[in-house]
Design a protein around this ligand. Structure first.
Ligand code: ADP
Ligand code: MG
Length: 398
């Protein structure tokens, strides 16, 4: 169909071999190959700085060619834009720096994220998509318009593109209107929407249009979304307001309590990415962390190890595990047996916590695998819809 790679069925009985440094003795592991189809191949970052470099190295748009069809993932942590035929062309944090006095936007995306925790009085770094919903309409609208213009305006020929935006599955009509308005003012001719869990499932290559049930868990910045999909529809959909960002906050508290050290969320995120794990590691790791001493008020460096960080994030991690259990309990029995056979696919940046797949395997007894490039699954799934309307058109709404 259109010469486009078809989503290949993923045999979930076979979890992909996890990150290095993890014990290989847990239940449900063997070494058969897993087949997954991927369209873009950006490598997930090993740390936050590498993430920034990767963002800057995204393929340049062929400027002479207008971007006529775009896919947008408006996430709580990151916004991604894919141009049909080119791949992901924009990947920026969903953050805006706002001047509180005037309401003016001082920076959007990476520039604004760099300001997090460093802004002078009066300038606030805002995450307009907090908790999986549009928390701040005005800023969300400006941010979406800014990102779309970055992609659309870079061409000589001004054409009005068709855009598919992924939206949270529980989005309200008012929120839809905000998305529509900002897209229109950015020059979008036709706007379509797709529920995020559906886009994620298509992106990770699940057979969403068959009667077989598939479970996809998207652990984003603000939320974890657990969905069972069959016959092109979302059968069960559960969402909790715990995602990767809550792990950062847990690390901030941990550093304060155990080391009397004040750190900001960007530092906590770096600790999580470097040391975070859900199960004991073969070789525990350490790193130096800089912050401000609570007692003396002076800058201080302490050495932190991965087992301490694991304890720190244990609570939010178990909230995610419990939500998965509850979702499984709510799944209709026929679909539950499909999931038992085919397993669960994890996606979203939060699924990159080492050993989370193994913890979920142990806790549910089901096969679990992490998508190859979990930070882009949603936008890749949306890109596939652009590629093959005849197959996926029925998942779109206006
Ligand atoms: P959203 O869809 O809400 O924008 P993403 O899927 O982009 O969220 O994931 C962002 C979350 O993933 C953040 O909380 C970030 O800290 C976390 N994250 C990104 N990379 C890693 C990693 N290597 N290990 C652990 N967490 C990560
Ligand atoms: Mg997301």
């Amino acid at each position: 169909m259109n010469g486009i790679p078809q989503p290949v069925q993923v045999i979930c009985k076979v979890p992909v071999v996890g990150p290095p440094g993890l014990p290989h003795t847990r239940r449900g592991r063997n070494s058969d190959p897993v087949t997954v189809s991927i369209e873009t191949t950006p490598v997930p970052s090993a740390d936050a700085d590498a993430g920034e470099v990767r963002r800057r190295q995204l393929p340049k748009r062929r400027a002479w060619r207008p971007a006529t069809e775009l896919a947008v993932d408006l996430g709580t942590a990151n916004t991604l834009v894919l141009v049909k035929g080119e791949g992901v062309v924009l990947n920026e944090p969903s953050v805006a720096a706002v001047d509180q006095a005037t309401g003016n936007i001082m920076g959007i995306g990476l520039d604004a994220k760099r300001m997090l925790g460093r802004t002078p009085d009066g300038i606030l770094a805002v995450r307009p998509m907090k908790d999986g919903v549009i928390a701040n309409f005005e800023v969300a609208e400006k941010m979406l318009r800014h990102f779309l213009r970055l992609v659309i305006d870079r061409t000589i020929f001004k054409v009005k593109p068709t855009v598919i935006v992924c939206v949270p599955s529980g989005i309200t009509e008012v929120e839809r209107r905000a998305v529509r308005d900002s897209a229109r003012s950015a020059g979008v001719k036709r706007l379509l929407m797709v529920a995020e869990p559906m886009a994620a499932a298509i992106g990770v290559g699940l057979p969403v249009d068959t009667p077989v049930g598939s479970m996809v868990i998207d652990i984003g910045g603000g939320t974890t979304n657990i969905a069972v999909i069959a016959l092109g529809g979302i059968v069960c959909d559960a969402s909790i307001r715990t995602g990767g960002d809550e792990l950062d906050q847990a690390i901030v508290q941990f550093m304060r309590k155990n080391y009397s050290l004040l750190i900001g969320e960007p530092t906590a995120e770096r600790i999580k990415i470097k040391l975070g794990s859900a199960v004991p590691l073969d070789r525990e790791e350490e790193m130096d962390v800089k912050g401000r001493d609570l007692v003396s008020g002076l800058p201080k460096t302490v050495r932190v190890d991965s087992s301490g960080v694991r304890d720190a994030i244990q609570e939010p991690v178990s909230r995610i595990v419990n939500a998965v259990r509850r979702a499984l309990e709510m799944t209709p029995p026929e679909l539950a047996s499909d999931i038992l056979e085919r397993g669960i696919v994890l996606t979203g940046g939060g699924s990159l916590i080492r050993g989370l797949d193994m913890l979920l395997m142990d806790e549910t007894g089901l096969p679990v695998r992490v998508d190859e490039d979990p930070l882009t699954s949603v936008v890749r799934g949306t890109g596939r819809i652009l590629d093959d309307y005849s197959k996926y058109g029925n998942v779109l709404t206006t």
